[in-house]
Write a protein that binds this ligand. Structure first.
Ligand code: FAD
Ligand code: FO1
Length: 487
């Protein structure tokens, strides 16, 4: 800590950085003063029960409980405000005499506007605002096409190359002690509605946390990273595509809510790369995982520069695409009742656990858009309503990639769900786990889709709601005709 420490009261506003370690904004706040009080605003806009996944809220509140205890261990505290931060946060800052409010910036359109509004309110009241970057290795403006045209990238591969060349920052130091509010400051905070993290972790939403890929909080995220770094990362290039294994890190909720810092994660990958430098396959595993982290940065960076992505298709021709949007078919997809086992297993995993394996996300997204001819935004929304790791940038990127409406230059991507099932779940282990009604069927019959209507009825499993071969042909035809309008 620097010599210039004063005892100014500083608020640190947590949003998706629910941790103390490797937190750049929090470290900056502690550089200013030892009297740093954490604050989190329960924002009704973000907690809209029609749009948010109960699993995600439950994970977030679990993180907040741990964060609250961590602040207490430091000697300070985490205050929680319930209501729009545009009014609640400045009111608190004034009530307790804060001289500054610090936070880490976000890339999402909603968060950016919220932050501009809150900053304006605070500055109007002579409270200083310090907002820096934390959730990306490289800030959005750092990775640009070239010094001549200096534009943001819209394609992953050159972004990745440039990103990889950039100097990496070490994790930010963790604060070791802090000064708490005085009793009168605490009283003032309570007078304006500051509370502890609510013990009703469900906020009226029923979710028991069963089946999360990871427990909430900083400690669980660090433990998972250490476990992954020790073994699975070296096989990631192969295991990541097999949904019946735990071959991926399961860190996505932690990365979404910042239960772990990205610099700490990156450092772990560098240690792993060093540890296996003479082993070609293991090195490939580490590199492939690093690439996923770079995809995360790519999607956040493009969301920052092209916020219109959040509203719909990036490519013009997809904006008036004649989707069929059959609500009964959509319902069957949501419930995992399409008669395509790999699709149904994946949707049941999502509905029951709030998480879905990446390979399966691609399969169900292709099925919804190409086989059912349903607007990808319906799927995007359903995912946000259910995913524990639901994240605007990654989800939108994944859906636009699958629908072929995004920045990716490849025009049409159609997965055959039967082939995908056979290839990535050859013994139907994953399918049996999530579709108990057909658990006893022979593997080749699960993959072959060869149930008679009578058998389907007796197993309680639907016949395929569409024929993939027919739908694929139809979709290509619709696509071709629509594309002609744009050529
Ligand atoms: P790992 O394989 O261990 O990867 C490590 C980390 O890299 C992940 O935790 C995640 O932060 C990041 N990552 C991995 N793949 C991607 C990717 N394709 N794009 C961006 N970041 C990635 N990921 C989300 O975090 N939130 C979402 O809402 C989301 N929606 C998706 C929707 C669709 C249609 C598709 C195809 C993918 C989506 N993904 C999303 C990306 C990916 O499926 C998940 O990040 C991954 O399954 C999370 O599991 P993991 O933590 O074990 O990942
Ligand atoms: N951030 C908050 O500051 N307050 C919340 O109540 C809140 C809820 C929430 C629910 C689901 C979710 O996916 C994220 C949530 N976040 C919340 C984090 C949110 O991603 C950031 O605040 C963004 O900056 C919003 O654009």
């Amino acid at each position: 800590m620097s010599d210039t420490i004063t005892c100014d009261l500083v608020l640190f506003w947590h949003r998706r950085d629910l941790r103390l370690s490797d937190n750049q904004g929090l470290h900056a706040a502690f550089e200013k003063s030892e009297k740093v009080i954490g604050v989190f605003c329960l924002d009704p806009h973000l907690l809209n029960a029609d749009e948010v996944a109960p699993a995600r809220v439950s994970y977030m509140l679990g993180c907040l409980h741990e964060l609250e205890a961590s602040y207490e261990a430091l000697g300070s505290r985490l205050l929680v405000l319930d209501g729009d931060p545009r009014s609640t946060l400045p009111t608190l800052a004034i009530a307790i005499g804060a001289s500054a409010v610090y936070w880490n910036r976000d890339v999402e359109p909603y968060g950016r506007q919220r932050d501009r509004d809150v900053a304006a309110e605070l500055r109007d009241r002579q409270i200083s605002v310090e907002a820096g970057w934390d959730q990306l290795m490289h800030i959005p403006g750092a990775i640009r096409t070239s010094t001549v045209d200096n534009k943001p990238y819209t394609v992953f591969t050159p972004f990745r190359k440039n990103w990889s060349r950039q100097q990496k920052t070490d994790p930010a130091p963790t604060p070791v002690r802090a000064i708490d509010l005085t009793p009168s400051e605490l009283h003032a905070a309570e007078q304006v509605g500051a509370i502890a993290v609510p013990s009703d972790v469900t906020l009226g939403i029923d979710w028991d946390g069963e089946g999360f890929p990871i427990e909430p909080g900083e400690a669980a995220a660090k433990a998972r990273l250490a476990e992954f770094e020790a073994e699975a990362i070296f096989r990631y290039n192969v295991d990541r595509d097999l949904p019946y294994l735990s071959g991926t890190s399961g860190l996505s909720p932690a990365l979404k809510f910042g239960a772990i810092g990205i610099r700490e994660v990156w450092q772990a990958t560098c240690r792993a790369a060093q540890a296996c430098r003479k082993d070609v396959s293991a090195s490939d595993g580490v590199r492939t995982w690093q690439d996923e982290l770079i995809w995360r940065e790519f999607y956040q960076t493009v969301m920052y520069f092209f916020p219109e992505l959040a509203e719909g298709p990036y490519r013009e021709m997809w904006r008036d695409f004649p989707w069929e949007n059959d609500t009964r078919k959509f319902q069957a997809w949501c419930e995992g009742q399409t008669g395509y086992p790999i699709v149904d297993a994946a949707m049941r995993q999502l509905n029951e656990t709030g998480w879905m394996h990446n390979r399966c996300r691609m399969i169900v997204a292709s099925f919804l858009t190409k086989d059912l001819c349903i607007d990808w935004r319906w799927g995007e929304r359903y995912f946000m309503q259910h995913l524990v790791d639901g994240d605007l940038s990654a989800n939108n990127g994944g859906w636009q990639w699958s629908a072929s409406s995004g920045m990716d230059p490849k025009p049409l991507r159609i997965f055959n769900p039967t082939t995908q099932g056979k290839k990535f779940d050859p013994d139907a282990t994953y399918i049996r786990r999530w579709l108990p009604e057909i658990r006893t069927l022979e593997t080749k019959r699960i993959h072959g889709g060869g149930l008679t209507p009578l058998e389907a009825q007796s197993y309680g499993y639907p016949m395929p709601i569409v024929d993939h071969a027919v739908q694929q042909k139809r979709f290509k035809e619709i696509y071709k005709q629509h594309k002609e309008k744009y050529s």
